[in-house]
Design a protein around this ligand. Structure first.
Ligand SMILES: [Zn+2]
Length: 278
């Protein structure tokens, strides 16, 4: 681990309000479980067991229908993963590339399983700097234990009607954790342009992303801001324009500057292979 691991704690990377939302959700959940203790303890325990088994089965499935990244299999992704892990002060998880036409990536961090899955479309369309951002983002989810809490709260709360209300509440936490993971992604890639361009690929698509004027994209954010805010309440990921704005603000923050100040990595670790990923 580098010196960075002593300075970039996940506590400093968390987006403001993320932990508060999680703990409020967990507290409400526990209260509901107590209230409905007579009827639902079996469902709660069954949900936990199902979650554990589901994670194990999912990862076993990746070994069968996806490609596991290694030093000799998609070695550039392997190297980027280790750079991101080093910069975030954590162990590198297993990484899989899975054939899928949608730009996406996700992580699993539960019951001793730590894995990142990259869709093939994303690996094909993203530059190495952008992949470093995405991999750092997913590692941020694992480091912040987002996956653990997502599975715990998502699969163990099969309480009719009330689980619907809780899911709306947890959407607020879902959006906050994306901001936290974006910060981890920026720490991993050191490249605001790459981070923002990653977002434009999710917005305009991989072929048009480079033509997007970032300044104008941010200015459109102020249009219809009230209804835009209301629309965002219904989704689990913040709108890309808001994520770009948050990345720009974090890039200018003391936290980001401090993180890089203590890092002792040679930038040549990345530069020689800045070619299109594939
Ligand atoms: Zn995420």
């Amino acid at each position: 681990m580098t010196n960075l691991s002593r300075h970039v704690s996940i506590a400093t990377l968390r987006a403001p309000g993320e932990k508060l939302r999680l703990w409020l959700g967990v507290a409400i959940t526990l209260m509901l479980l107590l209230v409905f203790a007579d009827s639902y303890p079996g469902i709660f325990v069954a949900g936990l067991v199902a979650a554990f088994l589901m994670v194990r089965v999912s990862v076993a499935k990746f070994f069968g229908d996806s490609v596991k990244v290694s030093e000799t299999q998609f070695s550039e992704i392997h190297r980027l993963t280790h750079i991101a892990a080093s910069r975030l002060g954590m162990e590198a998880p297993e990484v899989f590339i899975s054939y899928a036409p949608v730009l996406n990536a996700f992580s699993i961090g539960f019951a001793g399983v730590r894995a990142v899955v990259l869709h093939s479309a994303l690996v094909e369309a993203f530059s190495q700097e952008q992949l470093l951002f995405v991999i750092g983002h997913e590692l941020g989810h694992i480091k912040a234990r987002h996956s653990f809490w997502s599975i715990l709260t998502g699969h163990s709360l099969e309480i009719p009607v009330l689980s619907r209300i809780l899911s709306v509440f947890f959407l607020s936490w879902d959006r906050k954790k994306e901001y936290t993971a974006d910060r981890a992604g920026l720490i991993a890639c050191h490249d605001l342009e790459a981070a923002c361009r990653s977002m434009t690929k999710f917005t305009a698509g991989p072929l048009l992303a480079d033509r997007v004027n970032l300044g104008e994209l941010l200015r459109q954010k102020s249009r219809n801001s009230f209804f835009s805010y209301m629309a965002e309440l219904l989704v689990d990921h913040p709108f890309p324009v808001n994520r770009i704005q948050a990345l720009v603000e974090f890039h200018a923050s003391d936290t980001y500057r401090t993180a890089l100040m203590f890092e002792n990595l040679d930038s040549s670790q990345i530069r020689p292979s800045m070619v299109a990923a594939g």
